[in-house]
Ligand binder design. Structure first.
Ligand code: MOS
Length: 732
């Protein structure tokens, strides 16, 4: 189905099921431990052996050789495969560093060997007997030092808005020089790791030339293609299955070493192989959110009209790696006639930098929205009023492109009212509550809404059960539930009549889970398949599909009602279709918006920061399931607290690795850190986004939170910290 804009009235608009708070279908399986995660799929194939991956002990260099004799002789060992046994393999989609094969070591903990044994313990013990002989080389590990030699770079990330190394509108330098009030500050954000609970894990089995991977992956179609490319086999010989995922956050957008090495190890051992990347391996073996150095300049008239805005970001990556697209939102968030955005990329020999929840905007807003707070103060304006004053309804760089729907102002105003913003002291360091200095902070949230094709298949059987199949994934976001809601609404049945099957590459290819594009696009694909099924049902029942209403398990036409199941009495009905978009994303800018508000207390003696209250007001089109959407936003807000106050991969700048590579030493918020969160969704629909009139919300939740918190800390203390995370040593 080709999406025609704007979407007219359609069965989703009934909102009998869609738009209602609904418990997650997979919730009971996940909370009772019965949802089988990749590593726990004991029953999919018999005779599973265990693999254990060994990571490189140097950050850069070559392997001269590896002594594996002792490992081969260890108890239970079935195979030992080293990276020297096979040639360097190709790269999959979005892979920067080689996953296995060849003598070159590109980063610390890059996989160099795998041991297969009867038990996990035997494989692990044998791996410790492998003696690698390294020829180490010097590497570059310090972003600040390498920033000087960083090169201009454009964006080609799967999630960024694209653009060249430098985008200019008007005359930034002239307007900035002439501005009455100005700011020129630099902000830094550290490397971060996804810290999803379920590690990367795969069970691999070969049947002749055919490979099946039971794995944990956000993007099934991408990964099927990548596995085929990396291993040099036809895509039709690869099946990827990932029905339950214990978090991804971008770490599982693409194929990683677990999938590739499990496949190679299974071939070597002639047995199905089960393999997980252990927690201490993940931070350095897989991807992370790259650190940034961001310079922001804003110039304005005395009344607070922005006349010049520039955002330049430097990040680092391995050769061939991509930049962190931290300047993207600055092209679109505020008005201003003269603009400059630019990215530079430094070469680093640290592990691969790549997408982590809201790549680009998450760290970009941590800088931009603090700069806006600083600018408001210099102008003597309220930070909410300053943002409202500089709102835009068009893409400032291309004024003929309007936003499909934009209500940032509504988010900020409603948020200010609900949060009690009027009680904020404009002067920092004024409010005391016992031992605590109290402050309020605000920031805008912004994240794009990407449109991408998505397909599904729907079956109706003789009992009236509808089964929907798509390779869409549920990374904890609630895909199962919103897809079931979509089918129920379209076919006029209750949720318990719908069975959802996800994550299998044998199913029609969906949008997948990334860049908060999953919810809107995957349900729109299911909508398209249901439209087709409705036509097939109508034809079977001999009614005109335009006149047929699907409700209460019946198909009604004229004054006749027929049970839906009757259409399948003579045999199952199957319909397959997908949604495809034309030029809508070019003619209209599609984005989501939020107003984030945070109250903190800062201990007057120790400078410990405690969050007291958080509020997010979100404008993200139709909210398909308010309950799971809220969960997504509070998860994002919580992650935003982590990025503002605690998360940081500590770089060993001499030896070139992330030192705190486990959950004991990589700090993330726990329940006690998050006392009170509130989420409000503006009641809106966006008919330009899809027949669902919905948008993404899963990444919006993290966008802007860190800055709101940083601004609250400043309001509490009068100390402006521009280097995240805001740990107490920086406040004393
Ligand atoms: Mo997201 S970083 O596209 O999983």
């Amino acid at each position: 189905m080709k999406f025609e804009t704007p979407a007219g009235q359609n069965p989703i608009d009934q909102l009998k099921v869609v738009g209602r708070s609904t418990d997650r279908i997979d919730g009971k399986y996940k909370t009772t431990g019965t949802a089988p995660y990749a590593y726990e799929r004991h029953d999919v194939v018999p005779n599973q052996a265990y693999g254990y991956v060994l990571g490189a002990g140097i950050a850069k260099g070559r392997l001269r050789g590896m002594d594996v004799a002792a490992a081969w002789k260890a108890p239970g060992v079935l195979a030992v495969l080293t990276t020297l046994d096979i040639p360097k393999l190709g790269l999959g989609k979005m892979n920067t560093a080689n996953l296995f094969g060849g003598a070159e070591v590109q980063h610390y903990h890059q996989a160099i060997a795998v041991v297969v044994a009867e038990t996990f313990e035997q494989a692990r013990a044998a791996s410790f007997l492998i003696r690698p002989d390294y020829a180490p080389e010097d590497g570059r590990f310090d972003l600040a030092a390498e920033a000087r030699s960083a090169k201009p770079v454009g964006a080609d990330s799967a999630e960024g808005s694209g653009g060249g190394p430098e985008d200019r509108v008007g005359d930034f330098e002239g307007a900035f020089a002439a501005a009455a009030v100005k700011l020129d500050e630099t902000y830094t954000t550290p490397d971060e790791t996804h810290a999803m609970l379920e590690p990367h894990a795969t069970i691999a089995a070969w049947q002749g030339d055919r490979l099946t991977l039971w794995t944990s992956n956000q993007m099934i179609a991408w990964s099927k293609g990548s596995v085929a490319k990396i291993l040099g086999i036809p895509p039709e010989n690869v099946r990827v299955d990932s029905p339950y995922i214990g978090g991804g956050f971008g770490a599982k957008l693409f194929v990683r070493a677990d999938a590739v090495i499990a496949a190679l190890a299974a071939k070597a051992a002639r047995r199905p192989v089960k393999l997980a990347l252990t927690r201490p391996l993940i931070a350095n073996n897989t991807t992370h959110r790259p650190a940034t150095i961001q310079r922001i300049r804003i110039g304005a008239t005395r009344d607070g009209t922005i006349t010049a805005i520039a955002h330049e970001s430097t990040s680092g990556n391995l050769p061939e790696g991509r930049p962190e697209t931290a300047v993207d939102q600055t092209k679109l968030l505020y008005a201003g006639a003269n603009r400059l955005t630019a990215m530079r990329l430094a070469r680093l020999d640290l592990p691969e930098g790549n997408a982590m929840r809201a790549p680009g905007e998450a760290p970009g807003l941590m800088a931009l929205e603090v700069a806006m707070d600083e600018m408001a103060e210099r102008l003597g304006l309220d930070p909410v009023a300053f943002r409202v004053k500089n709102d835009t309804q068009v893409d400032p760089g291309h004024p003929e492109r309007r936003f499909s729907h934009r209500d940032l102002v509504g988010c900020l105003r409603l948020g200010a009212e609900r949060f009690g913003w009027a009680r904020r002291s404009a002067k920092p360091g004024q409010v005391r509550d016992g031992q605590w200095l109290v402050g309020l902070g605000v920031a805008a949230g912004f994240r794009n809404n990407l449109l991408t094709k998505s397909a599904a298949r729907v079956r109706l059987d003789g009992r009236g059960i509808l089964t929907v199949e798509t390779d869409m994934t549920d990374i904890g976001t609630g895909s199962y539930t919103i897809i079931a809601q979509t089918v129920a609404e379209m076919m006029g049945v209750s949720l318990d009549q719908v069975v959802v099957r996800l994550g299998d590459s044998d199913f029609p290819a969906s949008a997948g889970s990334g860049g908060q594009w999953g919810a809107n696009n995957a349900t729109a694909g299911v909508y398209a398949a249901c439209v087709k099924l409705r036509e097939a049902v109508a034809q079977r029942l001999g009614v005109n599909s335009a006149d047929a209403a699907f409700a209460d398990g019946e198909v009604r036409a004229g004054n006749r009602g027929t049970p839906l199941a009757q259409a399948a009495a003579a045999g199952e009905l199957v319909a397959e279709d997908g949604i495809e978009y034309g030029d809508i994303a070019k003619s209209h800018q599609q984005s989501t918006f939020a107003g984030h508000f945070v109250e903190v207390g800062v201990d007057v003696d120790t400078a410990e920061v405690r969050v007291r209250r958080m509020l997010a007001v979100c404008a993200a089109g139709r909210i398909l399931n308010p309950k799971s959407a809220r969960s997504q936003v509070i998860g994002g807000m919580t992650m935003g607290v982590g990025s503002a106050l605690m998360e940081e991969l500590a770089v060993d700048k001499k030896r070139g690795f992330f030192v705190n590579h486990d959950l004991a030493t990589y700090e993330v918020p726990v329940h006690a850190d998050i006392p009170h969160q509130e989420v409000i969704f503006l009641d809106e629909v966006d008919p330009m986004s899809s027949p669902m009139k919905a948008k993404g919300v899963g990444e919006l939740g993290i966008c802007g939170v860190g800055a709101a918190l940083a601004n609250a800390v400043y309001n509490a203390t009068g100390v402006r910290v521009r280097d995240y995370p805001i740990t107490l040593d920086k406040l004393l």
